[in-house]
Ligand binder design. Structure first.
Ligand code: GCO
Length: 463
């Protein structure tokens, strides 16, 4: 199908007529998903419960009381979804392994039926010329480990290391691209400080040890992968990144924006790059030192082959006396009279350009891949069609901004849309739809949206 972009969207200032070819042959195009958000089958074939199974079963945690017990039924429908990937010409498919599916208690016992599922999925991708990109941790910690303190317990570094080794041993012969963690700041911040995500813990006493153990595990995961995987495997990890601007030029707002940047954009990556935690710039963060043991500084580092950046919007930050610890708050997009997505996030494609430039400036980073970018809009199915022109424009505009950065010499080498099908959006339940493909949750019917058709044409080189 062809969509008349110029008619629908006017002229493109940034990337007039941008084509896949412009990015070169080695640029990786893909789409990203996460186990808990799509798989369902939460208690079959020997899978253990995850902290998200527990969290979603508690009253009042998820909007509309939704859970992910069935989600997109990907566990049973994976062949159908891989066929859709093919139809959309998407060459790279990023998905995550559910830790409790392969190790029901998080450590020790191995669940062969869980490993078999991922073997089938990986093989099916390869048979269809789709390259699997595997994320080891996309937030669904085994509940049994939470019973032992989860990420707040330093022993998790060795639990995670064993889990990583298991995956590397079983899938490393076929999977070439590996991502250790997905967005540590989001799961540490929302899950261990604000209590909005699983496991629902709050406060600095949970957050700070979590940060440190996640950083150690991320680097350790990298080392384990490097030691087990065949030469040539590409090892990365991903970070949530928000382009931040101060609300005004006042020194107080500028300083507040810098503090927000420290937590949202620098906290996890700098120790991994060998720069240590930015403790000299934050009194609160200095308290993390009580969890750091001799030798940790070295073990926090790992030389990743690529760094995944995930960006959705920009944030405007202002000084706030009443926000504990960081005295900075986000000025909600709803109050700024700007275009919004269904998540209430500002539609601002240049954010991804600024983010690429920001991380490109770290000389230690070898390669950047946009491992997630996308948007939720209120999709409507009309006569079997979903005309999501806002999402189409969002993705196209963001790709143009990636190109802008690439043309200026940034080391960005890939772009993955979040996400293939509509799915379970964590605490927001099923209401926000991010997919290139619409899901009717009543009957698991899929409908390729206009954005999906556009991406397919773009990837085929027809645009
Ligand atoms: C992420 C999240 C995704 C979200 C997406 C939209 O990695 O950012 O894990 O799972 O669904 O970001 O909020």
């Amino acid at each position: 199908m062809s969509i008349n972009n110029s008619e629908a969207f006017g002229s493109n200032r940034v990337g007039e007529g941008i084509r896949r070819d412009n990015f070169g042959e080695n640029f990786k195009w893909g789409v990203t998903t996460a186990a808990f958000q799509i798989e369902g089958s939460c208690a079959v074939d020997g899978k253990g419960p995850s902290i998200w199974d527990t969290f979603t079963s508690k009253k009042g945690r998820i909007k509309n009381g939704h859970n992910a017990n069935t989600a997109c039924d990907f566990y049973n429908c994976y062949q159908k979804d891989v066929a859709l990937l093919r139809r959309l010409n998407i060459p790279n498919f990023r998905f995550s392994i559910s830790w409790p599916r392969v190790m029901p208690d998080g450590k020790g016992r191995i669940n062969q039926r869980g490993l078999d599922f991922y073997n089938r999925l990986i093989d099916h991708c390869l048979e269809n010329d789709v390259d699997p990109w595997l994320t080891l941790y996309h937030w669904d910690l085994p509940q049994a480990l939470e019973q032992h303190g989860g990420w707040t317990n330093r022993d998790i570094v060795s639990w995670f290391s064993d889990y990583t080794a298991l995956c590397a041993q079983h899938f490393g012969d076929r999977v070439k691209h590996w991502l250790v963690m997905n967005e540590p700041m989001v799961f540490a911040g929302a899950g261990y400080f604000l209590g909005l995500h699983a496991p629902g813990r709050t406060g600095l006493s949970n957050f700070l040890p979590t940060v440190h153990h996640v950083v150690l595990s991320m680097a350790e995961g990298g080392r384990v992968l490097r030691s087990v995987l065949p030469a040539g495997a590409q090892i990365g990890t991903t970070f949530s990144c928000s382009h931040i601007e101060p609300f005004s030029d006042s020194q107080r707002d500028v300083d507040a924006a810098a503090r927000a940047d420290l937590f949202l954009n620098r906290l996890f990556i700098e120790p991994v790059l060998g720069m240590g935690y930015p403790t000299s710039e934050s009194k609160i963060l200095k308290r993390i030192e009580r969890f750091v043991k001799p030798g940790d500084e070295d073990n926090m580092k790992f030389d990743f082959d690529f760094i995944g950046l995930q960006n959705y919007t920009r944030e405007i930050v202002r000084y706030s006396l009443f926000t504990p610890y960081i005295h900075a708050k986000l000025v909600k997009a709803q109050k700024r009279n700007v275009p919004l997505t269904e998540m209430g996030w500002e539609v601002y494609p240049p954010a991804i350009y600024h983010i690429i430039k920001k991380y490109d400036a770290y000389p230690q980073i070898k390669k950047l891949i946009i491992t997630e970018n996308g948007a939720a809009f209120p999709d409507k199915e009309v006569d079997g069609r979903v005309e999501d022109l806002e999402r189409l424009k969002f993705i196209k505009d963001n790709i143009e901004q990636v190109y802008r950065a690439k043309q200026e010499g940034a080391k960005v080498d890939g772009y993955f849309v979040w996400t293939l099908t509509d799915n379970f959006e964590w605490a927001e339940g099923y209401h926000p739809r991010f997919g290139l493909i619409y899901v009717d949750y009543e009957n698991q019917r899929r409908i390729i949206k206009s954005s999906g058709k556009w991406y397919a044409s773009f990837l085929a080189g027809h645009l």
